[in-house]
Design a protein around this ligand. Structure first.
Ligand SMILES: Cc1ncc(COP(=O)(O)O)c(C=O)c1O
Length: 389
């Protein structure tokens, strides 16, 4: 059996190189390592890239989501609609406020939050909805905005997967009041760890800038700089969520490469889809009209009734051929915490529960070689052929 460290095709490999290394080294040599001019530059360029007025750099998407919920004034006892098919962060941030994450089933085609199911779960306590752009494809933002307007909900987009992506020609980051991005190691733009929250609202931006640095009065990060002052005031009880200049310098280089990296992923996706569409035992991702995906993930589904193997066996078979895969996601309602704390059951989320059994995420990263792509295709098709009923 192949060891994961010897995989021929790892699940992911960050597309970083000399340029990022030099940019980070320049910051180290400058002597100013934490948030400073590089973070300000990265924020400005990021805001321009997505078409938002403000971008606030933070140390993770989890922090971005937390600050966004704080900025809208979420309170204990409030409810927030969250898709069950997501990472822990999306719902966890709601619990920071002793508020309730209300899990919602997903759409069978896109695996994004199902707006109709979301509407059914609205109560007088529902304050907000956090749509997750699953795998990089934007949710049905028209339906979500309509729902939010009708029920007076705030919309905070979890765009951890969705850079760059767009809905009806508008870039994710410029659609809703607040949007949270991730620069985690596997994401489409990486700074190792990091995140950004975008908004067009001046007050929300100012609040998040203050709360990311201990609730200290304006421009706290400048207090050790030439133009800064030793004097500061703590106005609120905040957090330590700032992004450093080292991370931001890497981010600036990555942002310049963002379109090229996106094109490389789209090309891999196109090859996968062409080949995998040839067998009815596989279901390839559907990208809906009017939406552009970042192709952060390529989520392949198995039509299990046509196969003698399970999804887990497929993963093991691919591993023995030297190919790393992953599963996005184990739905939140299937995790012990959500079962125990809220009593969620599999039958409460029929789509998410059923789809979970049959999806896996294949390697899709810009530096993949032609031989690696070919190996993934040949291996998947070979396994499917051998397991055909
Ligand atoms: C959908 C989603 N939301 C949020 C996050 C959290 O991102 P971060 O690790 O930057 O906090 C992730 C990370 O994988 C994610 O997949």
């Amino acid at each position: 059996m192949t060891n994961v460290h010897e995989l021929i095709v790892p699940f992911h490999c960050a597309f970083v190189g000399e340029q990022e290394a030099l940019a980070a080294a320049d910051v180290v040599r400058s002597g100013w390592l934490t948030m400073g001019s590089k973070t300000i530059e990265f924020e400005k360029k990021f805001a321009e890239y997505v078409g938002a007025k403000h971008a606030v750099g933070v140390n993770s998407c989890t922090a971005a989501l937390h600050l966004a919920l704080e900025a809208i004034g979420l309170k204990q006892g409030d409810e927030v609609l969250v898709p069950t098919t997501t990472f822990a962060s999306t719902a966890e941030v709601v619990t920071y406020f002793k508020a309730r994450p209300v899990l919602v089933d997903v759409d069978p085609v896109t695996l994004c939050i199902d707006p109709c199911d979301a509407e059914r779960r609205i109560t007088p306590r529902t304050r907000a909805i956090i749509p997750v752009h699953f795998a990089g494809q934007p949710c049905d933002m028209k339906a979500i905005q309509d729902l939010a307007k009708h029920h007076g909900l705030r919309v905070i987009e979890d765009a951890a997967h969705a850079l760059p992506a767009s809905f009806a020609g508008v870039r994710v980051g410029a659609i809703s009041e607040l949007t949270a991005f991730s620069f985690y190691a596997t994401k489409t733009l990486t700074t190792g760890e990091g995140g950004m929250v975008t908004t067009n609202n001046d007050d929300l931006a100012a609040r998040m800038r203050m709360m990311r640095l201990h609730g200290i009065s304006r421009d706290a990060w400048k207090r050790y700089s030439a133009e800064g002052s030793w004097f500061y005031e703590v106005l609120e009880s905040g957090f330590k969520y700032n992004l450093t200049d080292i991370q931001s310098a890497i981010g600036i280089v990555q942002l310049e490469k963002c379109d090229a990296m996106n094109a490389a992923r789209a090309q891999i996706a196109s090859r996968y889809t062409t080949e995998f569409s040839k067998t009815s035992a596989l279901q390839v991702p559907t990208i809906c009209e009017n939406r552009e995906t970042s192709w952060h993930l390529y989520v392949l589904r198995l039509n299990l009734e046509q196969l003698t193997i399970t999804r887990s066996q497929m993963i093991e078979e691919l591993r023995t051929r030297g190919i790393g895969t992953s599963v996005h996601f184990i739905p939140l309602h299937m995790h012990p915490y959500y079962k125990n704390a809220y009593g969620y059951k599999p039958e409460d989320f029929p789509v998410a529960t059923k789809e979970f059994e049959r999806y896996l995420s294949l390697p899709i990263f810009p530096g993949m070689t032609g031989a690696q792509i070919a190996l993934v295709i040949e291996s998947v098709l070979g396994i499917v052929k051998a397991a055909a009923k």
